[in-house]
Design a protein around this ligand. Structure first.
Ligand code: GLV
Length: 318
């Protein structure tokens, strides 16, 4: 019984080393070091696929596969592969990463609330000028998408005195936080927003979810933070809203194309802050422990978690 590791586009070596320490009984193969022939030769040994952005169709090659463990929280890569075998698919939800994403958001919400960008500009001009602001409890942050990330972010903002509220397609509950739900309540949530934080996963239903109409439902001068996926935002609509100052600032950590192409208008935009998809980067050591624990669970006949429902199976069941 072996593990196939494919941390596509990222470091495989440190993961291989740490998983090797945690699961010494499981031989491990690194996918991109093997050619097709070798993969076919070892296919029946593979019981666990530990993967990120794995080529569609390849998982069918391994007849004895018992579980698919993703190296990230997002599932859009695997969701697009309709040939994925009907096995447990486990997301990587690491509390360390959730904490980082909540801190990243808190940092930018504080920056936006205190107007630090204005003071940075004033310093360049040698200008000593204070600006009045409202209290944090009057600064309303709306978190779109109340999964593990959105809930943690909303709670952290609330615990730091901001008025956090959430919206999700389905009913959600978070202590002390107003949660809106469904299409009919979205406009109300957007209208009460100083900063909109996008935590929606990328699915067929959320591509370009933040579009012209929804941006226009925000109050004049609201800001946007995106810590999810670039494709949830309609870039043309956002650029238009920024250019006419309807959206005052955008903090973007995720983009439709990554790395962000050199010619993207976001790079030079004076109202945009860019970070290279680092709001919640995975820590191999803590995340590998979660993956090893889930592999042990499957070996012991227990359910791994958190499980992800592949969209093709939800469609088949309904
Ligand atoms: C990162 O973007 C992830 O999905 O974990």
């Amino acid at each position: 019984m072996s593990i196939l590791l494919n941390n596509h586009g990222y470091d495989n070596a440190s993961w291989a080393e740490i998983l090797g320490e945690l699961l010494p009984e499981q031989p491990l193969y690194i996918y991109n070091q093997l050619d097709n022939e070798t993969l076919d030769a070892i296919a029946s040994e593979i019981e666990y696929a530990v993967i990120w952005n794995h080529p569609a169709g390849d998982l069918q090659r391994y007849p004895n596969l018992k579980g698919i463990l993703l190296l990230g929280a997002g599932t859009e890569h695997i969701d697009q592969d309709n040939s994925v075998p009907d096995l447990p698919i486990v997301r990587l939800i690491d509390p360390e990463v959730l904490n980082d994403m909540a801190l990243y958001t808190l940092y930018w919400v504080m920056d936006l609330h205190r107007q630090f960008s204005v003071y940075r500009q004033q310093q360049q001009q040698g200008l000593w000028q204070r600006h009045d602001i409202g209290q944090p409890r009057d600064f309303r942050v709306t978190v779109l998408g109340l999964g593990a990330v959105g809930k943690t972010v909303a709670q952290r903002l609330h615990n730091n005195g901001f008025t956090a509220q959430g919206w999700d397609r389905y009913p959600q509950q978070i202590d002390g936080i107003s949660c809106y739900e469904g299409d009919e309540q979205l406009a109300t949530a957007l209208a009460e927003t100083d900063v909109l934080v996008n935590c929606l996963p990328l699915t067929a239903g959320t591509r370009h979810f933040i579009n012209d109409t929804r941006l226009q439902q925000l109050p004049e001068g609201a800001a946007l933070i995106n810590i999810s996926r670039g494709e949830v935002i309609d870039d043309q609509a956002l650029l238009k809203a920024l250019d006419c100052q309807h959206v005052s600032r955008a903090v973007l950590d995720a983009f439709a194309i990554e790395p962000l192409p050199e010619q993207s208008p976001y790079w030079q935009h004076p109202q945009v802050d860019i970070t290279p998809h680092m709001s919640g980067a995975t820590y191999a050591r803590s995340a590998a422990r979660l993956i090893a624990d889930n592999i042990r669970r499957i070996e012991n006949g227990e359910a791994p978690f958190p499980l992800h429902q592949h969209p093709s199976r939800i469609a088949a069941a309904s």
